[in-house]
Design a binder for this molecule. Sequence first.
Ligand SMILES: [Zn+2]
Length: 438
Amino acid sequence: MKLNVKEALDSARDTRALLIDRDILEQVSGLFKANFEGRKAVVVCDETTWKVAGEKVYECMKKEGMTEIEPFIYDEPKPYAEFGNVEKLEASLKKHNAIPVVVGAGTLNDLTKLAAARADRPYMCVATAASMDGYTAFGASITFRGAKQTFSCPAPQAVLADVEIIRQAPSLMTASGYADLFAKVTAGADWIISDALEVEPIDPRAWSIVQDGLKEALADPEGAKNGELTAITPLVEGLILGGFAMQWSQTSRPASGAEHQFSHLWNMEHHTHEGETPSHGFQVGIATLAVTRLYEKMLQTPLDLLDVEACCEQWDEWPVWEQKIKEKFQDTDFLETALTQTQNKYIGKDALREQLMTLKTTWPELKERLTEQLVPSEEVEKRLLAVGAPVESEQIGISRERLKESFYRASYIRSRFTVLDIALRTGNLDRWLNEIFE
Ligand SMILES: [Zn+2]
């Protein structure tokens, strides 16, 4: 394991142990014993992951006398991340006191994370795909009463990632994870802006956990697509590190910026394409490309010459914002969210003047930092194509018109300060979007 991964593990608050290597599945019983001495395990999987690794994990644990309970297997190849499935597992867990060992990727991990927390138990995860950054994140993304929500619950106490198994996962899953990792580039840029404008300072430790090895982990999309170990291993590490940074800073800021807000928005709008919710990574990948293009417009704008007074002049008082938000979101079931989240970051004209003066005076330096952080949009597109991820929003069922509108809507649903807020506060969003979508 690389030193930075070890150091990151020390920063994690929930996760105490991590094994990443090839052909290590048999170490599952040793890892379990080291973490849950004296306890028994129950293997959790679905029909697919049972075949991929679940059965082997179960046999290993059984041989060592660590499991006496029948595995919990969701009786469908692809269970949904919905609350009913959490309740099924929770009810089963409450019949014994074994520690869940989930064998699977995003959905199974989220179901188990929440069910284990509700049964007041830690859990362990055996990862089967490099498909998203949620393995070691605290919180589970579950559909409850028709709406996707993030439930607060601890990350796994121990994680085993056998890259030999992960590299054989369907390449679309890897593509999804790669796109989710790419999002850390724009997420980092948003944090740089927030830091420069003294909205949210960069936490150096969380920053370095996510960003230090990021460019390297994204270097070989073809290799990732083809399941080459040299590309898959850093990808898995990168996705797991994002979760550790979140555990360290107790916020998703290190791993999530404007691009994730697009995905949250589409989930809140109950977006589906061909009957399914597009994968988290694919949504985030499309948004990362879109946000990168917005950044490029920003970098072409001489913000050191910004007319701050004109910006303050066009800046509305809160009641006007409130009215606009009501008009925009009156037909949704998340109007309240949009109102509170936007109000949390709303500032009056005086504070805006001060903030934009800071932007203006620090722009040459900020521009340099952002240029260094970002990857040019043609390169983002090239690499997403190379890994097999979508690059046109229509591929995930979002028309270009809706993508454009999403830039406006996404900024309202999270209080997190991003490039979208800069675009709005400097009065540039309309112009930049018209240029992008001309
Ligand atoms: Zn993500």
